[in-house]
Design a binder for this molecule. Sequence first.
Ligand SMILES: Nc1ncnc2c1ncn2[C@@H]1O[C@H](COP(=O)(O)OP(=O)(O)O)[C@@H](O)[C@H]1O
Ligand SMILES: [Mg+2]
Length: 208
Amino acid sequence: MDCGEYPMTVIQQLTAAQAVEHAIHFGFPNRHCERMKNGLKWNQYQKNTFQIVNPLLESGGIVLIHGVRGNGKTQIGAGLGCIWWKRGYHIQRGKARYWTLPDLFTKQKQTFTESKVRIEPLQLARECGLLVIDEIDTDQNSGYDKRELRDLIDTRYRENQKPTLLLTNVKPEGLKDALDYSILDRIREDGAFVQLLGSSYRRNDPNQ
Ligand SMILES: Nc1ncnc2c1ncn2[C@@H]1O[C@H](COP(=O)(O)OP(=O)(O)O)[C@@H](O)[C@H]1O
Ligand SMILES: [Mg+2]
């Protein structure tokens, strides 16, 4: 979806419904955001995860949430995005944006071949107030992508102290194949690895 510019000057304080619309506009998945609008009830595991993750993100840290497929990680990311838009933007903490990792790099590479001038997704990702990167996996990253992701996360933390949330189904022992070791060190030092417990909401998921 298009994550381009938006008439920000009109924003004062958003209603919950407006915050959801903004989250969707800035890449957060439609279905998960709509669930927020329709009064989704968090389960106890998700509530516990929020309690750990929120203060770390508030202080500009890097958090990785892992857990089995379908147990509500993207939903947490969408929830945090909507909350950020509701509470965060009007106190000038910048935009909340969401990409899946494959999508971020696909869109980035598209800008290399496009004739019209557009702000590169990686630049938007570096500068936004809250960055959520979903679907981090072991087999998708070239060495180049891994380094770009490392630089992105490093810049956000080192230069700007801006929070980043990473979401994955990969177990901690497999993460070294998914992420550069220096990102793992950064998460350990300046954030946390948080496991979301609970089983899949998707029935008959063959991957469970
Ligand atoms: N607390 C909840 N109550 C009801 N449905 C939920 C809840 N949390 C997540 N879901 C739904 O369950 C499905 C799987 O959640 P999702 O966040 O996509 O899982 P994951 O990203 O961990 O694979 C989605 O359709 C999501 O909207
Ligand atoms: Mg997901």
